[in-house]
Design a protein around this ligand. Structure first.
Ligand SMILES: N[C@@H](CCC(=O)N[C@@H](CS)C(=O)NCC(=O)O)C(=O)O
Length: 212
């Protein structure tokens, strides 16, 4: 398998965690999202993903986009370390937690949105940072409340699930943009427990070959 990603990309981070948790070997092909206007816009990469977003996963003659679709594909094909629970209700609840972060929060803090704010809309760096803080705080406040009902060792009970896979990059991002995290003790306790896993350390942005 070949993963096209970027060290600091949230969606690439998610797929790396899933691959390492499942112990699946893969080649990593960095796509620099900033250099020369962004390699995600080059025609060669657009053939893999016309949306110009990472990650893309190539498995044999199959190319997949969208990190959650990729992770569910991996989960269905490779049974070890399941990331979704067996019961339908539990699966729906884990997906809801995952979507809260991956579908509601991450898109509004994505690079191209931030570039549109500071470029097309001429927002200042301060306004851009206010935007990032606003959406992270709003999302984490709700997520913290949800976790008080669902969390055990991890986001949903005592097994690592898709929800944890989605939490990791959003905390990384929050720390990168210096969002205060004291108001989210359950969320941070889960995050701290996740750091003890070798797969998580292997997947962390700073441990990727393209990290700067
Ligand atoms: N929903 C997509 C999001 C993909 C995405 O937003 N990727 C970002 C990095 S995390 C990206 O490639 N950004 C490039 C850009 O904004 O130009 C997924 O989960 O795969």
């Amino acid at each position: 398998m070949k993963l096209y990603g970027y060290w600091r990309s949230s969606a690439s981070f998610r797929v790396r965690v899933a691959l390492y948790l499942k112990g699946l070997p893969f080649d990593y092909s960095p796509v620099h999202l900033v250099k020369d206007g962004g390699e995600q816009h080059l025609p060669a990469y657009r053939k893999l993903n016309p949306a110009g977003l990472v990650p893309s996963l190539v498995d044999g003659d199959v190319t997949l986009n969208q990190s959650l679709a990729i992770i569910e594909y991996l989960d269905e094909r490779y049974a070890q370390h399941p990331l979704l629970p067996a019961a339908a209700v539990d699966r729906a609840k884990v997906r809801a937690l995952a979507y809260d972060l991956a579908c509601e929060l991450q898109p509004v803090t994505n690079l191209r949105v931030l570039q549109y704010l500071t470029g097309t809309l001429s927002c200042s760096d301060q306004q851009r940072n206010d935007w990032i803080h606003h959406w992270i705080e709003k999302s984490f406040t709700a997520f913290e409340q949800r976790l008080t009902e669902t969390a055990g060792e991890y986001c949903y009970g005592d097994s690592v699930t898709l929800a944890d896979v989605c939490l990791l990059p959003q905390v990384y991002n929050a720390q990168r943009f210096k969002v205060a995290l004291d108001a989210y003790p359950t969320l941070m306790a889960v995050h701290d427990r996740l750091q003890r896993l070798t797969a998580v350390q292997q997947a962390r942005p700073e441990n990727q070959p393209d990290a700067q």
